[in-house]
Design a binder for this molecule. Structure first.
Ligand SMILES: Cc1ncc(COP(=O)(O)O)c(C=O)c1O
Length: 400
């Protein structure tokens, strides 16, 4: 007799990502892929990480290999606090943050601790796909605030806050995934003022803020919260070493009000007990060795060149068939098909045609929690060399 596994009702709220289907096609030989959402493995500082592993095993084998505290390995919490302070986030001490298994786990813990079925959460349109899925798994009803070249539209955001009284607002203010947008300084201050004025929690997800190409972006919401009274206690900040050092380490962190960190720590205890102490000790040694500034300088320079090459190639090969804001950091070009001259105007349709021509990217529609814009697409320049970017965009030009 066949057996139907009695899955929990919460799974009815989510479906596997539409993007997965596309990823199956990426194995085709000769495909140039702009579809990934990850850093270039060729740029990992393998020597530095090897030294950090050796130092962790030499200096602190007990700590690196034993069970550890759920909040995180203290030497790493200290290093992360110093790293954050060095970037202008004043007033962040080790006890103000917990280490998470990637920032993805921080998002999951926020879903677990804050969302009851039917609660409203405001997200950007577009936003990080895994966040949409994660919050929905906890029964969140997502409300979408529109994003333009300056990040989230704060006037619309305020209207949505008043109308929906959300549990919290989730933003990726700096080089968002997938939007690539950078929230302006003025809007950043406005977001914090709105948090205080309407008494609502804001989550700042910031895995890309260090990956800027020219001038540094405006200070994080966390840094700015020092100058907006009442905003720090309504703010959660998620950080990650994934995009700057190595996603395989699975080291992320969350800065937030003590009460929230305590509940999140309780939930983490039931989830993975603690983030790998081996990875944490390695990350702590890496930061302690002072290698991060040189690593950041290197990845910024490489991604900046790739982003510029992709932008120029898109303008040349696709002309008025596409529009986009040239990213100032991060890993992505977020673009819109215009349909000019009868060219393809649907991102999903172009993705299929592009695969036939030997190039892949991700259509933008799945990144919207509501009302998808089907003309959008996300192109990652991060893992592709300059020649291949030129060639891949040329193929895209032939597909459109
Ligand atoms: C916006 C955003 N948040 C969080 C994550 C999760 O990263 P990790 O769990 O590797 O820190 C990602 C990864 O792509 C992301 O793009």
């Amino acid at each position: 007799m066949s057996f139907a596994i009695p899955f929990a009702d919460r799974l009815n709220n989510v479906e596997t990502s539409a993007i997965r289907e596309l990823f199956k096609l990426l194995g085709k030989p000769g495909i140039i892929s702009f579809a990934g959402g990850f850093p270039d493995s060729a740029m990992f500082d393998v020597d530095g990480i090897r030294e950090a592993v050796n130092a962790a095993l030499t200096e602190e084998a007990g700590g690196a290999l034993q069970y550890g505290a759920t909040e995180g390995y203290n030497p790493l919490r200290e290093q992360l606090a110093a790293f954050m302070t060095g970037k202008g986030n004043q007033g962040v001490a080790a006890e103000n943050l917990i280490v998470t298994t990637g920032s993805q786990q921080a998002l999951d813990l926020l879903g677990k601790t804050l969302v009851s079925p039917g609660d409203k959460v405001i997200v950007e349109g577009p936003t990080f796909l895994a966040t949409i899925q994660c919050f929905r798994l906890y029964g969140a009803q997502l409300v979408t605030a529109p994003v333009d070249g300056q990040g989230v539209d704060t006037d619309r955001l305020e209207k949505l806050i008043v109308e929906h009284k959300p549990k919290f607002i989730y933003l990726i203010p700096t080089f968002g995934n997938p939007s690539g947008a950078m929230l302006s300084l003025e809007r950043r201050k406005r977001v914090l003022e709105l948090a205080v004025q309407h008494n609502v929690l804001v989550v700042e997800d910031d895995p890309y803020g260090d990956l800027y190409f020219g001038d540094a972006p405006p200070p994080s919401l966390l840094a700015l919260s020092a100058s907006v009274p009442g905003s720090r206690e309504r703010l959660v900040h998620c950080g990650s070493l994934s995009k700057v050092l190595s996603p395989g380490l699975r080291v992320g962190w969350m800065v937030g009000p003590a009460e929230l960190l305590a509940k999140a720590t309780m939930c983490k205890q039931f989830s993975d007990a603690h983030t790998s102490t081996f990875a944490q000790a390695t990350a702590a040694q890496y930061l302690k060795a002072g290698r991060m500034p040189a690593t950041l300088a290197k990845v910024r320079a490489v991604y900046a060149e790739r982003a510029a090459t992709m932008g120029n190639a898109l303008r040349r090969e696709l002309g008025d068939a596409i529009e986009f804001v040239q990213p100032q950091g991060g890993l992505f070009v977020w673009a819109r098909l215009t349909g000019a001259g009868g060219k393809v105007a649907d991102g999903g349709e172009l993705a299929k045609r592009a695969i036939d021509k030997g190039v892949a990217f991700v259509p933008g529609a799945p990144f919207y929690a509501n009302n998808p814009d089907h003309a959008t697409l996300r192109l990652s320049f991060a893992t592709v060399g300059l020649d291949k970017i030129e060639e891949g965009v040329g193929r895209l030009g032939a597909a459109v």
